[in-house]
Ligand binder design. Structure first.
Ligand SMILES: C[S@@+](CC[C@H](N)C(=O)[O-])C[C@H]1O[C@@H](n2cnc3c(N)ncnc32)[C@H](O)[C@@H]1O
Length: 207
C-alpha cells in the first residue's frame, strides 16, 4: 500500500490510538520549541495537525504540508485559523515554497518514510532564511534496529507502513552536506520506556 493511502486509512484513529511515540514527540517538541516567536514556519508532514497548533502559537504564519488527504482532513477540521495554510504536497518533490521564505522548518516522525535525506535537507536549506532553523524529531534508529516502525491496526490486523532506516550519522551527514550546522541533539524516553533504548531523537540544525 502506498504510504499516503496507509496514513489516510490510519487518519481517523491516529490521534486516539495508544501511541507512546506520538505522545512523547508532542511533549518534547513543545519543550524544545515552545516559547519561540517567528514570523513564518513550515511544517513537513503535518499529519492530523498534532504539532500544528503549537506552531500556530509560535509563528505568525504557518505553512503545513502533507501528502495524505485523510490526515490533512483531520488537521483542517482541528485547526481553523487564518494564519495556518494547509497544502497537499509530496515532500520528495520540489516543495511549493519560495526561496528564503521561512524562519523555522519543523518535521516530526516523517523521515522514516523518506529514503533520500539529501533532497529533504537541500529543500529545507532552500526555503529557510539565513540563520533559520530546521527542527527534526524521528523514531530513534536504535528502535528501528529492534524492528520498530510506524504500524497501525484495523480490526485486529497490523499494517506496517513502508520505512527506511536512517542512522544518526546519516541525518548529520545529509544536513552538513546541505550546509547546516548541528546546534542541538536530543535523545528521549517516554516515562513508560525502559531506561536503555531511547525512543526519539531530535535535531536542531541552523542555516
Ligand atoms: C507518523 S505521521 C506524523 C504526523 C505528524 N508530523 C505528527 O507528528 O503527528 C507521518 C506523516 O508524514 C506524512 N508523509 C510521509 N511521507 C510523506 C511525503 N513523502 N510527503 C508528504 N507527507 C509525507 C504522512 O502522510 C503522515 O501524515
Amino acid at each position: 500500500m502506498h504510504i499516503s493511502q496507509a496514513y489516510t486509512q490510519w487518519a481517523a484513529t491516529y490521534d486516539t490510538d495508544r501511541n507512546l511515540t506520538r505522545d512523547l514527540d508532542a511533549t518534547m517538541t513543545r519543550g524544545v520549541l515552545g516559547g519561540r516567536k517567528v514570523a513564518t514556519a513550515l511544517e513537513l508532514g503535518c499529519g492530523t495537525g498534532k504539532n500544528t497548533a503549537l506552531l500556530a502559537e509560535i509563528a505568525q504564519q504557518v505553512y503545513a504540508l502533507d501528502f495524505s488527504e485523510g490526515m490533512m482532513a483531520q488537521a483542517r477540521a482541528k485547526i481553523n485559523k487564518a494564519q495556518v495554510a494547509f497544502a497537499l504536497a509530496d515532500l520528495t518533490q520540489p516543495w511549493p515554497c519560495a526561496t528564503g521564505c521561512v524562519e523555522l522548518v519543523v518535521c516530526n516522525l516523517v523521515l522514516e518514510h523518506i529514503r533520500d535525506l539529501d533532497f529533504i535537507f537541500a529543500e529545507a536549506w532552500h526555503v529557510l532564511t539565513e540563520g533559520g532553523q530546521f527542527y527534526l524529531s524521528e523514531l530513534h534508529p536504535f528502535k528501528q534496529y529492534q524492528g520498530k516502525q510506524a504500524v497501525f491496526e484495523r480490526g485486529g490486523e497490523q499494517t506496517p507502513i513502508a520505512a527506511f532506516v536512517h542512522h544518526i550519522s546519516d541525518f548529520v551527514a545529509a544536513a552538513q552536506g546541505a550546509g547546516f550546522t548541528l546546534t542541538k541533539l536530543g535523545e528521549w524516553w517516554h516515562d513508560e520506556d525502559p531506561p536503555d533504548t531511547p525512543r526519539l531523537v531530535t535535531f536542531l540544525f541552523t542555516k
